[in-house]
Design a protein around this ligand. Sequence first.
Ligand code: GLA
Length: 750
Amino acid sequence: MITEQNGVFHIQTDQYSYLFCIDEYGVPEHLHFGAPVQTGDAEALRCRPGLGWGSNVLLKEGDTASCMDVLALEWSGSGRSDYRETPLEITGSASDFRYSGFEILEGSAVMTGGLPQAHGALETLHITMEQPGARLHLYYTAFPTALTRRTVLENTGDAPLTLGKLMSFSVDLPGSYTMATFNGSWIAEMRRTDTAVQESRVVNESLTGASSNRHNPGFLLYEAGATETGGRVYGFNLVYSGNHYASAQRSHQGLTRVMQGINPSHFAKKLAPGEDFETPEAVLCCSDEGFGGLSRRMHTFVTDHIIRPYWRNRPRPVKYNSWEGCMFDFNQHRLLDLADRAKDLGCELFVLDDGWFGARNNDKAGLGDYNVNTKKLPKGLEGLSDRIRAKGLQFGLWFEPESVNPDSDLYRAHPDWALTDDFYPVYGRNQLLLDLTKQEVRDYIVEKVSNILDSAKISYVKWDMNRHSIALGAKTHDFVLGLYEVLRRIFIPRPGILLESCSSGGNRFDLGMLCFSPQIWASDDTDPIERLAIQTGYSYLYPQSTWGSHVSATPHAQTLRTTPLSTRGNVAFFGCLGYELDLKHLLPIEVKEVKAQTAFYKRYREIFQYGTFSRHALGWQVSDGKTTLAGVFHGLVPAAPGYERLRLVGLDKDKTYRVTSLEQTIRVGQFGNLLKHVAPVSIDPNGQLLRLADRHISLPSGTEAMTVSGAALMSGILLRPQFRGTGYDQNQRTQGDFGSDLYIVEEIEA
Ligand code: GLA
């Protein structure tokens, strides 16, 4: 519900209250964002500067309460008595907008500038503010667990103006916070970094042209002492895929100004009289139940209001992707053989990745030429798709439509369609970006991709983008709008196609892309131990249904780390499961294990993909309220490991649960020399016999089975010990380095 009472605006759901008031100068003052409160609390929540702090510049001489610099503001100007960072810059002019009116709308105020928008809103508060020659619109849209804010600046004067900066929101939160940002690079996305917000500004931004794997647009602010289960945590994110900017800075008076929007660097927008500029929606979320509480609210928001309704809670297929297994080296025969194996293992979707078109035999040529390579696929895409679908698999295809190799027919025909730097071209992965600000380029992509999708009956598209560090200058924003137009035109008429976007993994993992693609390839890094950090990072802000997670070969291609197949599966279960390796080389024993994995995942798919996700001290859990699946993950095993306590969250303390663990095995080869001591015959640990046995024999690594109360599970139960070199039996977990367990916790009648 949104109300206005004596100049106090109150946006309230049963999860939060957001309050601000318009003061006697027409300046919006922030009052509260947090747990629900009463409108009548406004006065108690308001900053009272009293006689001020000295050196004040006042809106009205003699009124020390009119010093904007020491107030908690909902928006601010520049050059007009508030010297903190401004959310708005009009080049060559001060900005000092004052309140002029409001309206409350049902649902959302529809965005008109081409940006994607969250759907299914409750209500929207629209505030207008004016200064000579310009009007500013502040939009607040309420959703049950979060709200969005955005702004529009309108040139109401008779001369052009240049907009240097326009944030989606700015707000001053009373208190001190630490900012958690999610940073990284290729194959190392979403590493959480915590920085105390003090009087120097802390900035989280991208300048690569995309939202980037360097600094994800989502970030948190939390109070000292916040944990997974308690304490105040704010979460922010932007529905945008281009250069973003966010900052936080504490004032001397103890107010923390936080803002977020399009990065003002390389932005400058000229607005002719009558023109306006619309910013993306920013998402603001708050929880007093710690990081876990905040994540769950953000997850609900993304699932219910960002993901296209068709894909909301719709089961995602178990996929096989050809990339790591084949790279560019395949033909129809090889693909059909892989499809047979994938089907037999329990996969439901076969995805042909890069290399199927033009002269695309490596990453130096062919990008842009989406004509099937008939040397590799003599029956064409349609022929391949028909055969794969006849096996009972869905068929999916990779594209990278935003880029072009200079060595391609497309570039030779239209060199002017490629974006080059003003001075000389720069290449990333041997490719240039296409100029999506041009209508003819967008039309070409839409037509080309749509025709292929329709002709080959494609159920899934992997939409990649591997050209990084693009310096598009002032075109950056228009490029992003061009991309959204293309995605809208191709995929809105084809809602049943599952779109998974990708940008060398997670180089464009953001809410803008999620408005079109319900899942994103989270990282090119499929090493499960790296994925623990990567998926944990995403989990703060995005639900697990938004990331693709695959089991790949070991030793891993990027880390050379060897990990058990069980752990590769257990990690990939928490997300949209897939397999990405050469299935021909799976050992008989691995085939058996993968079959068991896909069957297990399918049995609990709804919970793995859409259950309530929580981080716990030893890993992750997902739950539908009745059944909880908890992963416990290990790194290097220490010698003589001690007791381990599993402490789950969100169970009913008065209910009784059956706890079992997923049956896992350990390959005999892992026991090496030890076998000599236990086997009846003498075994050479490097010999043929053991190698053969290792392909076919594995030993149970011990399973758990107990009945226990929710109270005990949330207080912490002790797990069976791990292998300590004192013998082998079923009462311990025998796993070795990078082992893991999967616990199934089911509510039972007491
Ligand atoms: C990128 C993607 C990979 C794969 C290759 C194909 O690197 O992230 O998953 O699709 O491109 O060239």
